[in-house]
Design a protein around this ligand. Structure first.
Ligand code: CO
Ligand code: ZN
Length: 328
């Protein structure tokens, strides 16, 4: 099981470049669903048929990254961000392009103050000595993801791209957990594209699926590290049922359904209010005449860094809760 999470997180897939990760997920679930298709924007939509309510579970396949804007005559690449990347988290990190080319991010000047660090003054060094050499490896508009090894110990997982391959993992494991079991609901598992650049895939897939209600699965912050911002979430205390973030106030029907199902099944959970950030449900609930939506979050430290860290118990409890909701 953990091996699948490693494969998902290590796969390349910055926003707009989800073909590889989509392929991995497709192969993982194709035999366990009744229908599977890729829509025009690239969302992967799988269905397990039922005669009752239409439910949509969503997790985004894309990850943050960088995109090449300019190649200088010495072969260094200038870049822009794909999604929310911090210059501080990026400095001296390795990045990898779709064709396997690896670069390291450097800074053009001696820094007096770390706070002056800006993406505009940073570059990617892919080992090329000239512009021509660089152009054989990358083109303007090519995207790279950050590299960050998968490590697991003491039930904690650390890797790049837990945001949101852990959500993809939870959806996949839910599909597998439902194998052979009876579920009245008509279930749609949607692996969305381009969440990190504005919840874009969620918007179009929610429109085409038009579920009775929806639950997005994604990571959220915690308040359990030295000097962290006050927040009532801790690793290992259960997946979080979102009440509010910047993109949504979750629908009371969906929120209560999640809380009640957790209680009925003795699954640990926490309640979440995230003061910044949002996720796919932010777009889903504003679709058509409005779709009651909620979010199941995996408490995660160091989000949008190469060392995103979560607790494996929270992940397995999220699978249990989602499976129980699906079967309800
Ligand atoms: Co994110
Ligand atoms: Zn996310």
């Amino acid at each position: 099981m953990i091996e699948l999470l490693e494969r998902l997180t290590q796969c390349y897939g910055p926003s707009g470049n989800e073909e590889k990760i989509s392929h991995v997920i497709f192969n993982e679930i194709k035999d366990d669903v009744d229908e599977i298709r890729v829509d025009l924007l690239g969302n992967l939509i799988a269905r397990k048929k039922g005669s009752g309510k239409k439910l949509m579970f969503a997790a985004h396949m894309d990850e943050i990254g960088v995109i090449v804007t300019y190649i200088d005559k010495e072969g260094f690449l200038r870049f822009s961000n794909i999604g929310g990347i911090s210059p501080h988290f990026s400095l001296y990190q390795r990045v990898q392009f779709g064709n396997g080319t690896v670069g390291v991010i450097g800074y053009e000047e001696e820094l007096e103050e770390m706070k002056d660090l800006k993406l505009q003054k940073m570059y990617i060094d892919i080992g090329a000595k000239t512009k021509e050499e660089a152009e054989q490896l990358v083109s303007i508009g090519d995207a790279a993801c950050f590299m960050g090894q998968f490590h697991s110990a003491q039930n904690r997982i650390t890797t790049k791209a837990l945001d949101d391959r852990v959500g993809c993992y939870i959806l996949i494991e839910t599909i597998k957990a439902l194998k052979g079991s009876h579920h009245p609901n008509d279930l749609y598992f949607v692996f969305t594209v381009q969440e990190e650049v504005g919840l874009r895939g969620a918007k179009t897939s929610a429109f085409s699926v038009t579920p009775d209600y929806a639950i997005a699965v994604d990571v959220t912050d915690t308040g359990d590290t030295p000097g962290s911002r006050t927040m009532a979430l801790k690793l290992g205390k259960g997946p979080a049922i979102k009440v509010k973030d910047n993109s949504i106030i979750t629908h009371p029907f969906v929120r209560n359904l999640m809380i009640e199902t957790a209680k009925e099944n003795d699954i640990a959970y926490q309640l979440e209010v995230l003061e910044r950030g949002g996720t796919d449900s932010g777009a889903i609930h504003l679709t058509k005449g409005g779709i009651p939506s909620g979010v199941l979050s995996v408490p995660t430290r160091y989000i949008h860094s190469t060392g995103e860290t979560a607790d494996y118990d929270d992940i397995t409890n999220a699978v249990k809760l989602l499976s129980a909701i699906a079967a309800k």
